[in-house]
Design a protein around this ligand. Sequence first.
Ligand code: ADP
Ligand code: MG
Length: 337
Amino acid sequence: MSDPVPAPAAADGGEFELIRRHFDRGPSRRAVLGIGDDCALLAPPRQAGEVFAVTTDMLVSGRHFFPDVDPEALGHKALAVNLSDLAAMGAQPVAFTLAIALPDADGRWLDAFARGLFALADRHGCELVGGDTTRGPLAISITAIGSVPQGAALRRDRAEPGDDLWLSGELGAAAFAVRCRDLGRALPPDDPALARLDRPEPRVALGLALRHFARAAIDLSDGLAGDLGHVLERSRAGAEIEFDRIPIAASLETLPLAERVALALGGGDDYELLFTAAPENATAIAAIGERIGLPLARIGTITAGSSLRVLDARGAPIAVPARGFDHFAGGAPRATQ
Ligand code: ADP
Ligand code: MG
């Protein structure tokens, strides 16, 4: 689209110079045709039975992050949240597009943003093949494309009563960092909770390894209770969780139980994978965790019915935070980073 307001110009050029300088890294390796034409050209997945997995996530200044966020961390996170969605489907990342609205063309900001973006992209062999650049309040929308054998995709609607419920990593650190900032309590810059918030690590290797072993999966962006709720709704099932089996970040250790529950079950931005699997796959799944060096915990069971029950060490029910974060549920806008 041609904009009535010109797109931000690079110091000595226009929109196209900005794209060339910061985002175009030469001839494409994964696409038939990359940046520079009206469309990128991607060959369909090579192996029979493979399908494309496509996902989009948008990050808006003032809503998902503060305008003064470290641009390198923002570049990482904008792609990480999309790769996390691919991981949750068991998809292998292939390529992505980047739509970005910029208030101005700050070369140093763009350099740092691109550094964070491409460092993660290169680690996963995921190539930037196109996008759109416009002037406007800072916002970033990435569409990521992966490939997965159709029957092996880890869908939300596949959980079955009797499945084990598994969780990667630990919960609560990112929500703890947001809470501290909201309370005006600065964390030391090297606090691991800040790294969890700024630089989530998409669990791509885990998603790939879980093909054929897990049944349903989801990545945790909006809090365990809300995101598990999506799986239960889609699968028409319930779940029972033992709270003490949920690995909780060390930063939360000294908090009262009620706060640990709120941050671990209701907090967001964890980007861990929550998945279900038949009990006979438990040994294989534990071995996957060992092999990729990521702790995997069996935190509960999928049940018949539709309720989510969380039990304490004595088997008494713990009140579950009503739902994860919902952008349209009312309340003031909040930035999480
Ligand atoms: P059109 O107007 O035909 O949509 P553009 O002029 O917006 O094309 O973009 C020119 C080329 O640069 C296209 O190949 C587009 O995909 C690519 N591009 C634009 N912005 C970005 C970006 N932020 N990152 C990567 N590629 C981009
Ligand atoms: Mg365009």
